[in-house]
Design a protein around this ligand. Structure first.
Ligand SMILES: [Zn+2]
Length: 150
């Protein structure tokens, strides 16, 4: 038996049904996202939107039961939106899910399996440049830290 033998079989009816449900869900999510971007034509500065457990596109904390904000940069929690409005952090960093532009120190700590305190110590010592989201994490931008390479 080859190692891929287990892949060479027909889907069961149950598996087909679940696949159809899954693709219908993806289509629904995509249509809702397109509708949100279409709504921006009437509300160019964005609009309040229930979090429903989705992650903030900046600090990546989940937003439940309270409204966040959706604009051309995507969905943000109200705290991060406030930081964008006050020009503490660029809105363009939002929805950077692959962390090509920036990463919150809390997430970086988790990925490196080190404490946030260790990273903040480096920030306070000026070894890493971080931009603080008030009441939130420090955002570490690649362009601020050319010495930090992948
Ligand atoms: Zn946030």
């Amino acid at each position: 038996m080859s190692e891929n033998e287990h892949l060479k079989r027909e889907f069961t009816d149950e598996e087909r049904r679940r696949l159809v449900d899954y693709f219908n869900l993806l289509i629904e999510i995509d249509q809702r996202e397109k509708a949100r971007y279409a709504k921006l034509k009437d509300f160019p500065k964005g609009f309040a939107m229930d979090g429903e457990g989705r992650e903030c596109g900046l600090c990546f904390r989940p937003v439940y039961d309270i409204a966040g904000w959706f604009d051309k940069w995507g969905f943000k929690c109200s705290n991060c939106q406030d930081a964008v409005n006050k020009r503490k952090i660029p809105g363009s960093l939002c929805s950077d899910y692959r962390h090509e532009k920036s990463i919150p120190d809390t997430m970086l700590a988790s990925k490196l399996n080190i404490s946030v305190r260790t990273i903040r110590k480096q920030i306070h010592e000026g070894k890493i440049i971080g931009r603080r989201i008030p009441n939130g994490p420090y955002m570490i931008l690649r362009k601020d830290n050319p010495n930090l390479q992948r």
